[in-house]
Design a protein around this ligand. Structure first.
Ligand code: HPA
Length: 236
């Protein structure tokens, strides 16, 4: 049991899939896992452990934004002996080279956030995925004939802003899309020597306003969920 996760020691698997939304965690547990157990519901941030193809995997939410994923990923790594976290989320594309439903495997996350600096004295504003999960995701995508693009993304603290357009840091590091969590996950994993990856589905294309509708989201995310689960069971 940690400050924000009520599971007992041993109730969380070595590899955790982490969507932002607790109800997405429940959807994955209900539809993709067997022998599911709800192991934490503190603050309604649901964590489940079950089996995928006979192997133990956990799925639980990060919440939205750097502070939230910073807390949950840190507690998973340090209090539950989790080795790997695979974030599965959505992103807004900065470029019309991307379309809704495209899948991204994040190579580097760039951020204006001071999280890595003040938490871990990591000065860089561009952090890499950590460990072998990123490569395994690419291998699994090939095996599954899924088109997944390795790319840099922008982790922003800001969803609504006065001036539209691509922020300077995203231009500097050639970021094709924006989300709000990967940088903190990578910072924690780098500091703690753990594995961390982020797979994203493009949910909206910012320059055109194209977006996946709310009722399309569940089915739209199935390829990403299956890719993350196939990767998870190959991690150990
Ligand atoms: N900004 C930040 N995060 C997001 C977006 C966005 O436009 N779309 C999906 N996640």
């Amino acid at each position: 049991m940690s400050v924000h996760i009520a599971a007992k020691k041993g109730e969380i698997a070595k590899t955790v899939l982490q969507p932002g939304d607790p109800l997405r965690a429940k959807y994955i547990a209900d539809n993709f896992l067997t022998e599911v157990k709800l192991v934490s519901k503190t603050r309604n941030v649901l964590y489940f452990t079950g089996l995928y193809e006979g192997k133990e995997v956990s799925v639980g939410a990060s919440g939205m934004g750097i502070p939230s994923i910073g807390i949950y990923s840190y507690e998973l790594f340090t209090e539950f002996e989790v080795d790997t976290i695979i974030r599965i989320g959505t992103c807004g594309a900065y470029s019309t080279d991307l379309k809704v439903y495209d899948l991204l495997n994040v190579e580097y996350a760039a951020s204006e956030s001071t999280y890595a600096k003040f938490a871990w004295e990591i000065e860089q504003d561009l952090l890499s995925h950590q460990g072998k999960a990123f490569g395994l995701i690419n291998d699994c995508a090939n095996e599954m004939s899924l088109d997944v693009r390795a790319t840099n993304i922008h982790t922003s603290d800001i969803f609504y802003r006065k001036t539209p357009g691509i922020p300077a840091i995203a231009k500097k590091y050639n970021c094709s899309a924006v989300e709000m969590e990967a940088f903190a996950l990578f910072a924690n994993a780098q500091y703690l020597g753990k594995n961390a990856a982020t797979i994203l589905t493009v949910s909206d294309v910012i320059p055109t306003g194209d977006q996946i509708s709310a009722d399309q989201r569940e089915t739209a995310l199935a390829p990403m969920i299956e890719l993350a689960l196939e990767t998870a069971i190959k991690m150990n």
